[in-house]
Write a protein that binds this ligand. Structure first.
Ligand code: GLY
Length: 372
């Protein structure tokens, strides 16, 4: 079987990310070495359970591992206190022990919520991420950020808690809607833009065939993305510096997500893609890159048939000043200054708090004006 491994070298918290088609069927042999008794606690959501739970159950069963399953409702609304409390109490009811393994089986919502539950349950139990969306495979399942949303904003309650293993089954991506796959791709192209011009060129050449379903290309894109993320997380696990590079496009994205009510109007990865274009526009405005760079980012998103501009978001948007205010809730605010990830060229991003508010407003104003 075509299987890749990315090692996340975090000393006592080191783990492997296994990537390839057919990993659900192999889940038993992948997870068995972590267990002290042949039983795991799987938390998933309705849609993933309907599509893939039987395959996971069979994979675990083939290694003699029994499972208990909690199925939560799908969607971002799950990622709050009520379902979090439900999950923790369910795990305690099942008498989960310190040495047991909890399995997060789903997209980013499930991975973040279950990871946080594992972080606080008995002051920390191990957990395995089995991410089923492209976004979760290339970003949220790796690196140990876990948490839930507050009414004050997304991901404001959480903990760093690294998984014991990640199993990214590439075949599972075949059941995503084209829109969900492309939204996840917003995070994939981000890796090329922030740190690897060669990878961005590879995506320009191979992205459309990958979106059309080529499994080998999907494996390679996930592997390279995860490798880049692992390298950054190993340098800066708790985001004191370099890890913030992974937030390229996210300051704009969070404001747009808030402005669209975290609804279907804009999926997170779509906001990341638009945010990357705006970050390159801002870099251009600051004289760091030429106009060709944001144009090249746009052209690639176009080739991928993805949203790339504010004009691609249906319905009303607030004005530039209101969008700027929405950015103020971002976790990346330090001493009241917004931190931005800007670029010196495609493949070379850096973090700065030194961006005049007026310039950001101008970029947003222009982007809004282009909506006509
Ligand atoms: N998703 C950004 C990070 O893990 O740091």
């Amino acid at each position: 079987m075509n299987l890749a491994t990315v090692h996340v070298a975090l000393g006592a918290r080191a783990y492997d990310v296994r990537i390839g088609p057919g990993l659900l069927a192999r889940a038993g042999s992948e997870i068995a070495p972590l267990l002290t008794r042949p039983r795991v606690f799987v938390v998933t959501e309705d849609r993933v359970a309907a599509l893939h739970l039987d395959a996971l159950r069979a994979g675990l069963d083939s290694a003699g591992i029994g499972i208990e399953v909690l199925v939560l409702p799908p969607g971002e609304a799950t990622k709050g206190w009520p379902q979090f409390t439900r999950t923790v109490e369910w795990l305690l009811d099942r008498k989960t022990e310190r040495k047991d393994v909890v399995v997060a089986f789903g997209g980013g919502v499930i991975g973040d919520l279950v990871g946080f539950a594992a972080a606080v349950l008995r002051r920390g139990v191990r957990f395995v991420q089995i991410p089923t969306s492209l976004l979760a495979q290339v970003d949220s399942s790796v690196g140990g950020k876990t948490g839930i949303n507050s009414v004050a904003g997304k991901n404001l309650i959480g903990a760093f808690h690294q998984p014991a293993r990640v199993l990214a089954d590439i075949a599972v991506l075949g059941t995503l809607t084209p829109r969900d796959f492309r939204a996840g791709y917003g995070e994939v192209q981000k890796y090329g833009l922030l740190g690897d011009a060669g990878f961005f060129g590879w995506l320009e050449a191979n992205g459309p065939a990958m979106a059309a379903g080529d499994v080998d290309l999907r494996l390679e894109a996930v592997r390279r993305s995860v490798q880049m993320k692992a390298d950054i997380v190993v340098r800066d696990e708790t985001e004191q510096g370099d890890r913030a590079l992974l937030n390229l496009g996210h300051t704009f994205c969070h404001a747009l997500e808030a402005a669209t009510g975290y609804s279907d109007r804009l999926l997170h990865g779509e906001g990341v893609a638009i945010g990357c274009v705006l970050a390159f526009e801002l870099s251009c405005r600051l004289g760091l890159v030429s106009q060709e760079e944001p144009s090249r980012v746009r052209a690639h998103l176009d080739a991928m048939r993805m949203k790339k501009d504010l004009a691609d978001i249906a319905g009303d948007l607030p004005d530039a000043e209101a969008l700027l205010d929405l950015m103020g809730q971002d976790k990346k605010v330090v001493d009241g200054h917004l931190r931005f990830i800007l670029a010196r060229q495609i493949g070379e991003a850096f973090v700065t708090a030194d961006v005049p508010r007026d310039l950001v407003r101008d970029v947003l104003h222009e982007a809004l004006a282009a909506r006509g």
